[in-house]
Design a protein around this ligand. Structure first.
Ligand code: PGA
Length: 258
């Protein structure tokens, strides 16, 4: 299975800054077998960065941070995943910032996962418990609820097109005071997610669905996170905005794989 290194730039960098940043990455990142690198810039930067990547014949993929689940229509201000075909290969769905700041529900996320699959864009479905939920011993229930809330209509064939990202909400943005998750805690949650997948979709899906970890990943902890059993990559926020850090994490991934 590939190792996925995905940088989520969130609402940072102008189009010009995004392009300069990508130029830096292109100079430093060499493709490596088995490592899939994707960046999720803001929606307005997807198109120019796509052109830049094509010109450089780069294998770096683009990921959208958001989209609306309908394909076309009278939805002023929205962008559909259909309109992103050919631009983005991946789509982040269910990020905790979308759930908690923008009120996205499991019903919305179910429609988004279906829309991404319908449009041949790989969904990266984010799930994770809040600090309170963890303290009240509800982690397993929340993971199950968020997983099947978004996947309830995904059949045994389409589940093979889905990537899961485990992102404990309390571990996101350590620069803003979040805690770092311990590898053992992550391992336990990943095991749980795989056992839920096994119950519904069987052993093969449970073993072969890529599961990424996200939450304050940086070059100091990425090596440890990448060696947690069952972790197939990283979803990186803050550190992906620092080119040296992002490149260091990719280099670590190469080392862990070799
Ligand atoms: P962080 O963000 O790496 O800044 O914690 C991760 C995420 O929100 O996906």
């Amino acid at each position: 299975m590939k190792t996925y290194i995905v940088g989520n730039w969130k609402m940072n960098l102008t189009v010009g800054e995004s392009s300069i940043y990508l130029q830096k990455l292109l100079k430093r990142i060499r493709p490596a077998k088995g490592i899939e690198i994707a960046i999720a810039p803001s929606l307005v930067a997807l198109q120019p960065l796509g052109v830049q990547l094509e010109r450089a014949k780069s294998k770096i993929k683009l990921c959208t941070q958001n989209f609306y689940h309908r394909d076309f229509g009278a939805y002023t201000g929205e962008v559909s995943v259909t309109q992103l075909r050919g631009l983005a290969d991946y789509a982040i769905i269910g990020h905790s910032e979308r759930r908690y700041i923008f009120g996205e529900t499991n019903k919305d996320l179910k429609q988004k996962v279906a829309a991404a699959i319908r449009n041949n864009i790989t969904p990266i479905l984010c799930i994770g418990e809040t600090e309170n939920e963890r303290n009240f011993g509800e982690t397993a229930d929340i993971l199950r609820d968020e997983l099947f809330g978004a996947l309830s209509e995904i059949d045994a064939e389409d589940i093979k097109k889905v990537i899961i990202a485990y992102e404990p909400v309390w571990a996101i943005s350590s620069t803003k005071g979040a805690k770092l998750a311990a590898p053992d805690d992550i391992a336990e949650s990943i095991k749980l997610i795989r056992s839920e997948l096994k119950e519904i979709y069987g052993k093969e899906v449970s073993e072969e669905t890529p599961i990424l970890y996200g939450g304050s990943v940086n070059p100091n902890n990425a090596g440890a996170y990448l060696t947690i059993p069952g972790v197939n990559g990283l979803l990186i926020g803050g550190s992906s905005l620092i080119s040296d850090h992002f490149v260091d994490i990719i280099d670590l991934a190469k080392r862990v794989r070799s």
